[in-house]
Write a protein that binds this ligand. Structure first.
Ligand SMILES: NC(=O)c1ccc[n+]([C@@H]2O[C@H](COP(=O)([O-])OP(=O)(O)OC[C@H]3O[C@@H](n4cnc5c(N)ncnc54)[C@H](OP(=O)(O)O)[C@@H]3O)[C@@H](O)[C@H]2O)c1
Length: 359
C-alpha cells in the first residue's frame, strides 16, 4: 500500500479526500493534519464547532470509521519521509509555504493555486493532459527535489477543459466565452460565503477566479514539447458568479471553432473521447467521463452533480451558435469537490502510480 498524508483534512476538500480514500485499494491514510485550531484533536471532535456545537461535516454519508479517532497532527510533526504521497487541501498562501517542505522529499498532489503558474509545474487533469506529467521530472531536476508538486486546476476550469478537449482535437478552437454559476462550497469553509450574502442572490464577482480559468485552460490544453508546455492557441473570456447552490458548478459555454462543426458532431466527439479516455481502467475512473443529455432542461446541479459519484462532466443544451462563422454553445455541470478537487486528485494519484511516477 502507498502511505499517504492528507493536509487540510477538516476543510471542504479535505473531507472529500477522507471519503475518497476510505477502503482505497492502493492508498492508505497514515497521517491527517489541519491548522493549529484542530491539531491534537480527534478527527470527529475537530469537526464540531465549539461555538455552535454544529458538526461541520459536509458529506451525506457518515464520517468513515477509519478516521473518526485518528488524531489531527500539526504539519511540522509529520516527517515527509514517513509517507509516500501527500494530498494537500490548503488555502494558497499556506500551500506556498507548506507544499515545498514535503515536495523536497515526497510527491505532493495539490488542490491549491500556489504553484500552478510556474513554468516547471503542470496543471493536471487525469484523462486530458496525461503527457504533461513528464514535466514533473523536469521540475524535480530544476529544484533538486526527490518529490514534486502536481496541482489540479481551479474547480471551475476542470469541467471547461474536459469539454473543450474533444472540440479542440476535432475542430480546433479560436475563442471561448464562459459564464459560471458556482456553488457556495467552492469558497471553502474559511472564510466561506456568508448565508446573508448568498440567499436570494447571485454574486457577480469571485476574486481572481476569471484570471485563473483563462490562464489554466490554455496551459492544460497546450502541448508538452521540448521539456516545456506550449500554451494552446485560443482565447478564453469568462464571467464567474456565485449562486445559492451547495455543490456543483454550472457553466454556460460559447465556443468559436476553427473548422465547421454541427452540434451532433460535437456530441459524438465528446462521447467518443469519453469512451476511449486514457484513465478508464483506474480504480476510481467513472463509467462516463463526459455525459451528454438530449433533454433541454438538463444538466442541473441538483440532478447531475453526483453522476458516477461526481466524476462525470455532464453536458446539455448543445446547439449551434450563429454569431460565429463556426460555433456551438452548451451548458455543463461539474462537481467542484469531486472531479474538481479531491476525487480528481485521487484519480491523478492513480494515474501517476500506473505510470510508476509514484510508488
Ligand atoms: N472548495 C472547493 O470546492 C475547492 C475546489 C477546488 C480547489 N479548491 C482549493 O482547495 C484548497 C482547500 O479549499 P477548501 O475549500 O477545502 O478550504 P477550507 O474548507 O477553508 O479548508 C482549509 C483547510 O486547511 C486547514 N488549514 C488552515 N491553515 C492551515 C495550516 N497553517 N496548516 C495546516 N492546515 C491548515 C484547515 O484546518 P482547520 O479546520 O483546522 O481550520 C482546513 O482543513 C484551496 O486552495 C481551494 O482554493 C477548493
Amino acid at each position: 500500500m502507498i502511505r499517504v498524508a492528507v493536509i487540510g483534512a477538516t476543510g471542504v476538500v479535505g473531507q472529500e479526500f477522507i471519503v475518497s480514500l476510505d477502503n482505497h485499494p492502493w492508498f492508505k491514510v497514515e497521517h491527517i493534519a489541519a491548522s493549529q485550531r484542530s491539531a491534537g484533536k480527534r478527527y470527529s471532535e475537530a469537526l464540531r464547532d465549539p461555538n455552535s456545537g454544529v458538526i461541520k461535516w459536509h458529506q451525506r454519508e457518515d464520517i468513515p470509521e477509519y478516521v473518526k479517532d485518528m488524531i489531527l497532527e500539526n504539519v511540522d510533526n509529520i516527517k515527509p519521509d514517513s509517507v509516500d504521497l501527500v494530498f494537500t487541501a490548503l488555502d494558497s498562501d499556506d500551500a506556498k509555504v507548506i507544499e515545498p517542505i514535503y515536495a523536497k522529499h515526497t510527491p505532493v498532489i495539490s488542490t491549491a493555486a500556489a504553484f500552478r503558474y510556474d513554468d516547471d509545474v503542470p496543471i493536471l487533469i487525469p484523462g486530458i493532459n496525461d503527457e504533461h506529467t513528464e514535466l514533473l521530472n523536469v521540475q524535480r531536476k530544476h529544484r533538486g527535489w526527490n518529490g514534486f508538486i502536481a496541482p489540479l486546476p481551479n474547480c471551475t476550469t476542470t469541467g471547461l477543459a474536459i469539454t473543450l478537449k474533444p472540440i479542440l482535437d476535432r475542430f480546433g478552437l479560436k475563442n471561448v466565452f464562459m459564464t459560471s454559476m458556482q456553488a457556495v462550497s467552492g469558497a471553502g469553509r474559511s472564510p466561506g460565503v456568508a448565508a446573508l450574502d448568498i440567499f436570494d442572490n447571485v454574486i457577480p464577482y469571485i476574486p481572481k477566479e476569471e484570471e485563473k480559468v483563462q490562464k489554466e485552460a490554455i496551459k492544460i490544453l497546450g502541448r508538452f514539447n521540448n521539456n516545456a508546455i506550449e500554451y494552446a492557441n485560443f482565447k478564453v473570456s469568462c464571467t464567474c458568479t456565485r449562486v445559492a447552490v451547495i455543490d456543483g458548478h454550472t457553466e454556460a459555454v460559447f465556443v468559436e471553432t476553427r473548422e465547421k462543426c454541427e452540434p451532433e458532431d460535437v456530441k459524438s466527439a465528446m462521447l467518443e473521447y469519453s469512451k476511449h479516455v486514457s484513465i478508464k481502467d483506474l480504480p476510481t475512473a467513472p463509467k462516463d467521463y463526459i455525459y451528454v443529455h438530449n433533454d433541454p432542461s438538463r444538466p442541473q446541479p441538483r440532478l447531475d452533480r453526483d453522476m458516477n459519484d461526481g466524476l462525470t462532466t455532464v453536458v446539455g443544451r448543445l446547439r449551434k451558435d450563429n454569431v460565429f462563422e463556426y460555433g456551438i454553445k452548451y451548458v455543463l455541470v461539474s462537481h467542484n469537490e469531486k472531479m474538481g478537487s479531491a476525487k480528481g486528485a485521487v484519480l491523478l494519484a492513480e494515474l501517476l502510480k500506473s505510470k510508476d511516477i509514484i510508488s
